[in-house]
Write a protein that binds this ligand. Structure first.
Ligand SMILES: C[S@@+](CC[C@H](N)C(=O)[O-])C[C@H]1O[C@@H](n2cnc3c(N)ncnc32)[C@H](O)[C@@H]1O
Length: 302
C-alpha cells in the first residue's frame, strides 16, 4: 500500500529489495527513514516488524507491528496475527480485511498453488465423508440445497456437482467470488463474511453446508456452528475440514491458520445442538512435503 509520499514509497521499495537480498539491518534503516517521512505508512511498519522479528529483536518487532495496526485499523497486513504468534496478544479472530486482501492477491494462482503445489484434497475428503455418513444411515447422498462457506474458486461445488441441485457460495474475497462465478456451478454467490452470510439465511433452508479449508480462518467455531444448526433442515449435514494439533483448544499455527483440537471440535459441535456423524484424522494439504494434521468432520441436524 502506498504511503502517499513518493520518497517514502521509494525508500520502502529499496528496503524490500534489501530484505530479499538478506541485508536486514540496511533494510530496517531505510524503513525507519520511510516512517519518519510518512508516519502513517502501515506497510513500512509491518515490514519493519517482520525484519525486526527476523533479526531476533522481539520487543522492537512488537512495537513495529503495533504501529502497523494503529496506522491501518482494518489491519490488511495481519499485524495482529503476528502479535498473537509473538505472544504479545491473546488469541482472537482474523481481521476480515486481511483475509480479503490475502485471497484477492492469491486468486489468480490459487488452484495451481493449492492443488498442485500443496496437494490440496479438502473437497474430495468432504465428498467421501458425506457419502459415508449418508450410507451409514441408509439415505441417498443427494441434496437439494447446499451452502458452500468460504467457497473460494468453487472446488467444493465441483466435487459435489452431481449430488447437489442448487449451490449457494459465500466468500469475503471478491476475486475468489469472480472465479467461483465463472464456473457456472453456483445458483447464487454472496460476498460476505461467512458467519454473517450464514446468519442472513432463513431457518431450515439448507440440506448440506460445506466448509472446505475455510474454518482454518476462524478461531472460535461456535458462532458458525450455531448458525449452521439453525440454517440446516432436519436431517441436514454440515461437513468441514480443520487443521488440528495434539493439545487443547485452539492455537494459531506458524502458517497463520488456526488449528482446532479434536476435543474442542467435538464439544463445539455438541454445544451447537448438532450430532457428530464422523470425525476422521485426515489431512487436507501438505506443507514442506508433509501432510498437515487435520480433521474431517460431518455433523447432522436431528
Ligand atoms: C483456502 S480457501 C478454500 C476455498 C475452497 N473452499 C476450496 O476448498 O478450494 C479459503 C477461502 O475461504 C475464504 N474465507 C476465509 N475466511 C472467511 C470468512 N471469515 N468469511 C468468508 N470467507 C472466508 C477465503 O476468502 C478463501 O476463498
Amino acid at each position: 500500500m502506498s504511503s502517499g509520499d513518493l520518497v517514502a514509497d521509494r525508500r520502502f521499495d529499496f528496503a524490500r529489495d534489501l530484505q530479499l537480498k538478506g541485508d536486514l539491518a540496511a533494510a530496517a534503516d531505510l524503513l525507519l527513514q520511510a516512517t519518519d517521512l510518512a508516519p502513517g505508512f502501515a506497510s513500512a511498519w509491518f515490514t519493519l516488524g517482520d525484519i525486526r522479528e527476523q533479526l531476533g529483536e522481539r520487543d522492537e518487532a512488537i512495537a513495529a507491528f503495533r504501529k502497523a495496526q494503529t496506522t491501518d485499523p482494518d489491519d490488511r497486513h495481519g499485524a495482529g496475527l503476528r502479535l498473537m504468534l509473538l505472544g504479545a496478544e491473546k488469541l482472537s479472530g482474523m481481521p476480515p480485511a486481511y483475509v480479503r486482501s490475502l485471497f484477492d492477491q492469491y486468486a489468480p494462482k490459487f488452484e495451481s498453488a493449492l492443488v498442485h503445489d500443496l496437494g490440496y484434497r479438502g473437497p474430495a475428503l468432504l465428498f467421501k465423508a458425506v457419502l459415508a455418513a449418508r450410507a451409514a444411515v441408509r439415505k441417498p447422498a443427494f441434496f437439494k440445497r447446499a451452502i458452500d462457506l468460504g467457497c473460494g474458486t468453487g472446488l467444493a461445488a465441483r466435487a459435489f456437482a452431481t449430488e447437489v441441485d442448487r449451490f449457494i457460495g459465500i466468500d469475503l474475497s471478491p476475486r475468489m467470488i469472480e472465479r467461483a462465478r465463472a464456473t457456472g456451478l453456483y445458483a447464487e454467490l454472496e460476498l460476505a463474511e461467512m458467519v454473517q452470510g450464514l446468519g442472513s439465511r432463513p431457518d431450515a433452508s439448507a440440506d448440506l453446508i460445506l466448509a472446505a479449508d475455510a474454518m482454518v480462518y476462524l478461531s472460535d467455531l461456535s458462532p458458525l456452528l450455531r448458525e449452521a444448526a439453525r440454517v440446516l433442515a432436519p436431517g441436514g449435514l454440515l461437513a468441514f475440514t480443520v487443521e488440528t494439533h495434539g493439545g487443547e483448544g485452539v492455537i494459531l499455527g506458524k502458517g497463520l491458520r488456526y488449528a482446532h483440537g479434536g476435543a474442542y471440535v467435538r464439544s463445539s459441535i455438541a454445544a451447537a445442538g448438532l450430532t457428530l456423524s464422523r470425525l476422521d484424522d485426515l489431512s487436507a494439504r501438505n506443507e514442506d512435503s508433509a501432510p498437515v494434521p487435520g480433521l474431517v468432520a460431518v455433523a447432522a441436524k436431528a
